[in-house]
Every structure is written in structure tokens, then in C-alpha cells.
Design a protein around this ligand. Structure first.
Ligand SMILES: [Zn+2]
Ligand SMILES: [Zn+2]
Ligand SMILES: [Zn+2]
Length: 129
């Protein structure tokens, strides 16, 4: 990882490990279930905000308004997310995954894009059998 990172606390490392072990997007609730005995929900909340600020994870808001987070691509950094890829939400297993496919945006130059949140729903390959 070329990115310079601030020193990590033990809790931050646990959360990061959890992201690295899962290739689907992760919600607060999932983190609380997995790590709730090691840290409280406020800590989880703070870590996710911090990671988002640092360009480590990006936020995806699902249709029901629940925030999910996923690992960023390597060219994301502080203050600048470049996650213009599509997210796929499976209506069967209710997971959200980052896709490699990106969306080309062509907005008038007077608009500054700060965040994108492309969400496509349907049936994932695992459930599509
Ligand atoms: Zn990002
Ligand atoms: Zn599925
Ligand atoms: Zn993504």
C-alpha cells in the first residue's frame, strides 16, 4: 500500500481486518455483530467516519437508507474519493458488492462531484443458480 496512513489504534486495525476479510460492503450493524464485544458502537462509528475521511473506505447508501462501507480503490485519498464504480445489491441475499465496472460521468464543468453512489439491484451470481 503506497498510501501513507496515520498510526492505527488496535480497534482501527480490527475494523480494517474485517474489511479485508470480506469482499462485500459492510454496515454498522455487521461490524457491531462481529466486533461488538471488543469495542462499542460509538468507536465503530468514529472509525468508519475516519476511514472514509482518509480514503480507506467509501460509503454506499442502500435503498432503505442504511449506510454500508467498502474498501476503496488504491487511488482514493484524503478528501478525494474516486469510486465511480457500480455497486450491486442482491435482493436475495441482501449483500452489496463493488463491481469493477465504472460509470463515466459527464456533468457540466460547473458541477463538482464529491460523492457518487451508483447502486444497481438484482440477483447476484451466488443466488442466480
Ligand atoms: Zn474511495
Ligand atoms: Zn445473492
Ligand atoms: Zn464500491
Amino acid at each position: 500500500m503506497a498510501k501513507t496512513q496515520r498510526r492505527q489504534t488496535k480497534s482501527q486495525k480490527l475494523v480494517l481486518d474485517f474489511f479485508n476479510e470480506n469482499d462485500q460492503a459492510i454496515s454498522h450493524e455487521m461490524l457491531e455483530k462481529a466486533l461488538g464485544d471488543k469495542m462499542n458502537r460509538v468507536t465503530i462509528y468514529r472509525i468508519l467516519n475516519r476511514f472514509e475521511e482518509d480514503g480507506i473506505v467509501h460509503k454506499i447508501v442502500s435503498r432503505d437508507g442504511v449506510a454500508h462501507f467498502a474498501r476503496c480503490e488504491s487511488d482514493c485519498n484524503h478528501d478525494h474519493h474516486r469510486d465511480n464504480h457500480i455497486h450491486f445489491r442482491c435482493t436475495q441475499c441482501d449483500t452489496i458488492s463493488c463491481m469493477e465496472q465504472t460509470v463515466a460521468l459527464s456533468l457540466p464543468s460547473s458541477y463538482t462531484v464529491e460523492n457518487t453512489n451508483f447502486l444497481v439491484s438484482g440477483v447476484c451470481p451466488k443466488c442466480n443458480k
